[in-house]
Design a protein around this ligand. Structure first.
Ligand code: SF4
Ligand code: FES
Length: 239
């Protein structure tokens, strides 16, 4: 029998509310278990955090830190829903929009996209920064899976899912700075020559419209998709 406690042993304060946590949990995990939404993009409850997007940053005892990687501990005073913190989250989200080519009205993922949903949640009205319109390769070589790097936010969820769930290691992040990109581990660098299958968790976990099964983009009509009908904060089960 394990000695690991399964009931919360202590609490920290999140925006003035006591949040119970289990040993080893992060602030994000404890908040999600308590039904409190902290905006995030690269975090997913099924995978170890990598702390790359910083959208989940909170103020802990006066210092900004990613809540998905920060261990919870008793007595912490955490701020999340502060105007300046949400302002910074909005700026990070706006940077992601201009660093890629995110054209929501034409995207199959619209209404089911975490980037779009977080932008709505943060009441983003424009992209603030000048659009970079970068050139990114589209890989439509596979019969059942497509990869549009223009929409990739480099969250590494497909990398983690392929490695940890599918046992394949199909994806990796390569390049530097503005040339950082999602790469496919195959001789040609194309999906058609990789081990990827349309049933892989990696193909379905993408929070944006970068990695998707083909011919399923409009199975659920626009207007009836998860974030067409509810703010992302009301759908904690998705992420
Ligand atoms: Fe994340 Fe999707 Fe890009 Fe993979 S393809 S790194 S899941 S945004
Ligand atoms: Fe925490 Fe991305 S969700 S850094």
């Amino acid at each position: 029998m394990s000695d690991t406690p399964t009931t919360p042993v202590s609490t920290f304060l999140l925006d003035g509310r006591p949040i119970p946590f289990l040993p080893g949990q992060t602030i994000m995990q404890a908040a999600q278990d308590a039904g409190v939404y902290i905006p995030h993009l690269c975090h997913h409850h099924d995978f170890a955090p990598i702390g790359s997007c910083k959208v989940c940053s909170v103020r802990v005892n006066g210092r900004m830190i990613a809540s998905c990687t920060m261990p919870a501990s008793a007595g912490l005073v955490v701020e999340s829903e502060a105007a300046d913190i949400n302002h910074d989250r909005q700026r990070l989200t706006q940077m992601l929009f201009v660093e890629g080519n995110h054209h929501c009205p034409f995207c199959e993922k619209s209404g089911n996209c975490h980037l779009q949903a977080v932008a709505y949640h943060l009441e983003m009205q424009d992209t603030h920064y000048v659009h970079a319109y970068p050139h990114h390769e589209v890989d439509a070589s596979h019969p059942d899976v497509m990869l549009d790097r223009s929409r990739c936010i480099l969250c590494e969820l497909c990398v983690r899912a392929s490695r940890e769930v599918d046992g394949k290691d199909v994806f990796t992040i390569g390049g530097r700075g503005p040339h950082t990109t999602l790469m496919v581990n195959s001789a040609s660098g194309q999906l058609k020559d990789s081990d990827v299958a349309v049933t892989d968790r990696a193909v379905h976990i993408c929070p944006v419209g970068a990695l998707m099964p083909k011919r399923q983009g409009f199975v659920i009509p626009i207007g009836q998709r998860p974030y067409d009908t509810a703010d992302i904060a009301q759908r904690p089960e998705d992420s």
